[in-house]
Design a protein around this ligand. Structure first.
Ligand code: AP5
Length: 218
């Protein structure tokens, strides 16, 4: 199954992807994580992407398409993938369609995480992420038991450089300009679910499992 998660920064895509991975063995393609890994390794691609990411701008489509193409080539047949944060332009959606078609696949489901912008800044400025296992926390709504230490693996919790208020507003305007039209591109596909992602994490998860017919498999 190829599943696309689309929504504004902080709408909860990564949080829900982690839950599906743990319960059902999905593989997550987070283009944000791939780019951050490339930056951490000091790769030329990462260094190029960093200029855009630290300002809250989208990284050019060409870089993303090349990253995703390599990812798809590395997959084993039959693996179920969550596309988290890709595509986020109409051009990326068209390119993903072509890449999957060349592998005799397509997109099976698209889930749009709808959240009012007014709640996103608090979610993003309070987010902390484990530098070792990627577990996602929030200083108010999901704090770790020990300050700055991951409950799961003991790794250090860090704040993303683009989770500062001034960068968040740029990310949200990029989302409105480029990703909102991508949502409309998928909306009429018949495989589309819009969820109220302001609801509690567990409630959001239940809506997703129902849509995927996985609610009886837990
Ligand atoms: P990326 O890393 O993809 O970031 P994003 O899309 O901005 O999304 P986030 O990771 O910020 O949010 P999320 O929806 O996963 O929320 P989360 O679950 O963590 O991209 C970063 C940058 O990389 C981009 O700005 C761009 O520069 C570049 N990039 C990446 N992909 C690209 C592409 N395709 N094209 C071009 N450029 C690209 O949750 C957030 C917080 O809220 C957490 O603290 C969590 O605990 C909390 N939370 C989650 N759900 C709930 C809930 N239901 N109720 C209350 N709190 C909740």
């Amino acid at each position: 199954m190829n599943l696309v998660f689309i929504g504004a920064p902080g709408s909860g895509k990564g949080t829900q992807a982690k839950r599906l991975i743990e319960s059902f063995g999905f593989i997550q393609l987070s283009t944000g994580d791939l780019l951050r890994n490339s930056i951490a390794k000091g790769e030329p691609l990462g260094m190029e992407a960093k200029k855009f990411m630290n300002n809250g701008a989208l990284v050019p489509d060409g870089i993303l398409v090349s990253l995703v193409s390599h990812f798809l080539d590395s997959l084993k047949p039959g693996q179920s993938v969550i596309y988290d944060g890709f595509p986020r332009t109409v051009n990326q959606a068209l390119e993903l369609g072509k890449m999957l078609e060349s592998k005799k696949q397509g997109i099976d489901r698209v889930i749009y995480f709808n959240v009012d912008f007014s709640v996103l800044t608090a979610r993003l400025t309070g987010r902390r992420t484990c530098s070792k296992c990627g577990e996602i926390y929030h200083v108010v709504t999901k704090p770790s038991k020990v300050d700055s230490v991951c409950d799961k693996c003991g790794g250090a919790l860090t704040q993303r450089p683009d989770d500062k208020e001034e960068v968040i507003s740029k990310r949200l305007s990029e989302y409105s300009a480029n990703t909102a039209p991508t949502i409309d591109y998928y909306r009429s596909s018949g495989k589309f679910l819009e969820i109220n992602a302001e609801a509690d994490v567990g409630v959001v998860e239940k809506s997703i499992l129902k849509f995927l017919n996985l609610d009886n498999n837990r």
